[in-house]
Design a protein around this ligand. Sequence first.
Ligand code: AMP
Ligand code: ZN
Length: 469
Amino acid sequence: MKIFNTLTRRKEEFVPLEEGKVRMYVCGPTVYNLIHIGNARPMIIFDTVRRYMEYKGYEVNFVSNFTDVDDKIIKKAIEEGVSADEVSSRYIAECKKDMAGMNVLPATTHPQATREIDGMIEMIGTLIEKGYAYVAADGTVYFRVKKFKEYGKLSHKNLDDLQSGFRSLQVSGEDQKEDPMDFVLWKPKKEGEPYWTSPWCNGRPGWHIECSVMAKKYLGEEIDIHAGGEDLIFPHHENEIAQSECCNGKIFARYWMHNGFLNIDNHKMSKSLGNFRTVREIGQQYDLQVLRFFMLNAHYRSPLNFSADLMEASKNALERIVEAVSRLKDRIAASSTETAGEEEKALLGEAENFTAKFEEAMDDDFNTADALAAVFELVKFANTNVTENSSKEFASALFEQIVKLCDVLGLIVEKKEEILDKEIEELIAKRQEARKAKDFTKADEIRNLLLEKGIILKDTREGVKWTRA
Ligand code: AMP
Ligand code: ZN
């Protein structure tokens, strides 16, 4: 499996630190609003990377943070007259709903910055001790960039160029820095802002330190993959490297992956242009599986343009897979022949080539567009070769193959049969009868059958209550 590593600007064979295991960190959103479709891109892409690694047999420890202390969150809290915590908790909950809609798996851990302040104070303390950070007169703690000789290695900038760039860009508070390139690790509180006590001043952490701390706590000092959108390469990821490597004395992340930007109708997405689209809005117009398909149909490192036309095309393409899967399901139910004949067995052997093609594409730096092309070839193959005379075994094998490959991409292509309220009530009544007759095996069978259809039963004193999952 090859990964394009931003650090080396090359595709490199993936070799994990620990055999069979992957430690992966993805920078998550700042939670002051509903997430937009730009934020959805790294979520979908890196969830797919994770799913593919799991498919290949790796155990993936996947950590993605929520930045829950930030100027924008504080501004919103002040506007609404509520606490910053209330704003961030609300948008974390909303973000999780959107993730579920896009079939993005929950991370192994979703740490939040405000819950990790102790770790940040500890890391900043170590950096000061080691001479990599200093405290200014007002209690601000800065990272001493020039002391880290490898600064710039991720963004491929050299220190001299950076320095001249910074000189022309003087901002407030600059005068107390030793060098314009130095960045903030801890800053003093302002009136009305949330703050924490620290040895340097009452205040709050800078943005970059949170990821260094959370990656170390949940994944260790050395990790395999660190990922995020390309806007994070500089300064965020560069600064994370500086903090982590100077604190721990080890290489922080082996592979750095970055997704390209999502634009709208060939424009940058921004609030001022009014072309800002939230995942929630898109979800009102389309099944969010269409958004997922749209993202996967391009290479993750290329810029991607969002447009109504492309979404319509994605909708139609996805529908083609869904229809093929549904036809196969009908065939499985209707076929009178159980086992595959010789000819069918040979065809199934041929169909394996599509899985090989799929894997080849994914092994080549997660080329999801080519992987999808392999799925479409398989769909075409199934449409052509499955007829009224096909066996159950043949149709099932192709069905399983398509569903499995789509599942690696996180695409749900199997329409779940709708179960009507009336059918649920009937099954519940049958379960009650079975329980009365002390036939608990049957009662459990019915409960499980309902569970498979997404119906959860709850036995209460007032009788059985049910909900759809
Ligand atoms: P933020 O909430 O701005 O910190 O962003 C969270 C994640 O979304 C980061 O990985 C960003 O790089 C990514 N991101 C933000 N906007 C876009 C966009 N328009 N296209 C692709 N990725 C984006
Ligand atoms: Zn980060």
